[in-house]
Write a protein that binds this ligand. Sequence first.
Ligand code: URA
Length: 432
Amino acid sequence: MRIYDIIAKKRDGYELTDEEIAFFVRELTKENIKDYQATALLMAIYIRGMSDREMITLTKEMAASGDTLSLSELGITADKHSTGGVGDKTTLIVAPIVASLGINVAKMSGRGLGHTGGTVDKLESIEGFRVSLSADEFISQVKSIGIAVVGQTGQLAPADKIIYSLRDATATVGSVPLIASSIMSKKLAAGSETIVLDVKYGSGAFMKTTADAETLSRKMVDIGKAAGRKMAAVISDMGTPLGKCIGNSLEVKEAIEVLKGNGSEDLKEVCLTLAANIVSLSLGTDTAAAREMAEKALANGSAYEKFKELILSQGGNVSQIESPDKLPKASTVYKVLAPESGYIAEMQAEIIGSASVILGAGRLTKEDSIDYAAGIILHKKTGDKVTAGEAIAELHTNDDSKIKDAERLFLSALSFSNKKPEKPPLIYKVIK
Ligand code: URA
């Protein structure tokens, strides 16, 4: 078999066989395929697309290209994945809710890049929290307390790592079969039986429209089912940041508020929808009963207690959870004032995420370091009425020189209107 012939076949619009796809993934992982040939094939896939069979085979081969976790000894296991967003701290809330209901969560999470944040960075803002556990520590923690959250190791789906970096450099990221196989290869390799995906749509998401988010969701759900997993995808709005806080320690604080039964309604709603779907698929209850169980876990404090157990088990300073004022705090808090009166018609999540990166909350390249205290607190959100001169947000940073640039960018994300705007649906659809 020759990679040259596989490229030519896809270039001309023909379907690849399972053997050809397996050859590509295997030889690429062994570094036997030149970057220029791999990217030629990825561009041909980008332009010609893939059949469902090709996409499922590609995903399974990528999942099998490195370590695969076998979690069967743990009993009921569930995982969630977000396609990425601004202010998205749902893992910090959903994972303890479902773990408190007896569903094991052995979760591998990512770091933030560009305008989107990552769960691992948020957890690292807690003093002492260890995101690298050995495989044995990871499994034995899940056995004893039902939850562990760690950073993803390089050995999980290494073919995806290679393919993603080539796509990133060659304008081939935005292809549904390539995105679906990339995300699902890592989820399949991570081993959980139930997988619930939070697929975002809107300005801060990969998928800008509900139609594109639905197409991607359907493909990922079908891939998971073909691999024998219990699957659902919740399509949720990322036109506006989720909740009120953006930035690592600020988001941990907000997650604690929700775990204590308070917090923003939009954030709580997305978390409860995700948790209800995980519980329903994992325990076989209907979604309404599952939602009630999740609500109860928040109301009776069991999800909050589970979160504290997670932090303690991984070496984190629990007193920062009990007294969130002890979490990293910025030296400067700057109030952004409304430049005009009216309703906030738009608050574009991607731009606000980028403003928080300027303040130090995120990284532009993988090597950049993070200021855990930096970020933004939104006092007002899309649909709210404001008066000129009123504080609409706080910018938090340890580097004063960044304030003016961040403020300029933040304000460019907003538009105002005299009429109350119609908000896009927070939860557009659940695909099963
Ligand atoms: N996230 C991934 O892991 N892969 C993609 O291709 C896009 C988003």
